[in-house]
Design a protein around this ligand. Structure first.
Ligand code: 9MR
Length: 336
């Protein structure tokens, strides 16, 4: 295994963002896209179009966002997202069909026997993937199904169908859109061998049953000093060695904890963040080409990051600052 760590420690001088990020890499560079921001904020719109060649819907295609009554769907926003993306020539990464969060409000009250629950699971996957068949490069079929200790996360599907729900989901997805790549997406695996082992064992079980899965999404909501770079690099190669595509699917690098501890000014931490971004991207670039599905940033500007909260008002994990100035992290990536 060959891993490049912290190859460049110099400060990153300010740079312009006239050069498009997507052209700096041999693999797609994606972004989590939120149509509401694009409507109200032209800088958001311009950057997401100019710098990224793949879009993941940050929220608008989650089950709870498209279904307000049992087995009925409200497609307006999802359709608009898909057509905007396709008109702009973007690749589409579907997110997410089955997740224990952002589920429809009606789901816990749904009445059915086990067969009925299986039908519901299958019909949701068929309905959403089928509507956009051939339009998506890939889907996160199931999101966050495993716990840190490698057991399956309690959720309504585990409750109603047992572990079989995971096999049903991938079987239905493969049948519905044979062209789309099928991913399993989760957090924390980059630093948790027990969780990674459990997921890879389950991949083997899927394959033993002839059910297709093509890749793993490591969300990569990471911090400046955690997880350890070498461990992350090892995880990248473990996934590639398992004949799976690797997607760094929700990358952002938080600095808020270091700021709160007084471990540097914001501008010092942003330089460290730039180095850390460069380390992650260098490790990813050293994977075999056939394993590289792409890297997706979980947002454009710090101002809308999901990590920006009342407790962390200065949290700034992304490549553009609140005023849409490119940060050192952008400059590091563009000069990779
Ligand atoms: O970024 C998303 C945020 O806007 C939503 O409020 C949140 C709801 O749970 O989901 C965020 O995205 C999540 C993603 O869909 C799955 N992985 C974790 C992400 C951050 O919570």
């Amino acid at each position: 295994m060959f891993v490049l760590i912290g190859c460049r420690k110099a400060d990153f001088a300010p740079c312009s963002d006239h050069t498009s990020l997507q052209h700096a890499f041999d693999f797609p560079i994606g972004v989590a896209y939120e149509p509401a921001y694009a409507l109200s904020d032209s800088s958001y719109r311009v950057i997401s179009h100019y710098h990224f060649d793949q879009w993941t819907p940050e929220n608008v295609m989650k089950w709870g966002a498209i279904s307000f009554q049992p087995e009925t769907y409200q497609w307006t926003e999802a359709d608009a997202f898909v057509s905007t993306a396709l008109q702009a020539g973007k690749k589409l990464h579907g997110h997410t069909l089955i997740w224990y969060r952002q589920e429809p409000d009606w789901l816990p009250f749904y009445q059915a026997d086990a067969r009925g629950w299986e039908q519901l699971l299958r019909s949701h996957i068929r309905t959403v993937m089928g509507r956009y068949r051939g339009m998506f490069r890939a889907w996160d079929v199931v999101n966050e199904a495993f716990l840190a200790d490698g057991r399956l996360r309690p959720c309504i599907w585990l409750d109603k169908l047992g572990p079989e729900y995971l096999f049903i989901a991938y079987e239905e997805a493969a049948k519905t859109d044979p062209q789309a790549l099928l991913f399993y997406n989760d957090f924390g695996m980059e630093d948790n061998p027990a969780k990674l082992r459990a997921v890879l064992r389950w991949v083997d079980q899927l394959r033993a049953r002839g059910i297709r899965i093509d890749g793993i999404g490591l969300q990569m909501h990471i911090q400046l000093y955690y997880p350890d770079a070498a461990r992350m690099g090892k995880t990248f190669f473990d996934i590639a060695d398992h004949q799976l595509l690797l997607h760094l699917s929700e990358l952002d690098i938080a600095v808020g904890d270091q700021l709160a501890k007084g471990n540097g000014s914001l501008s010092e931490l942003w330089q460290k963040q730039a180095n850390r971004y460069q380390t992650v991207v260098s490790m990813y670039s050293s994977l075999p080409r056939k394993s590289q599905y792409g890297i997706t940033l979980w947002g454009v500007s710090d101002r809308y990051s999901w990590l920006r909260t009342a407790d962390q008002p200065q949290e700034s994990p992304l490549l553009w600052d609140d005023e849409y100035q490119p940060k050192p992290a952008f400059c590091a990536l563009i000069s990779n």
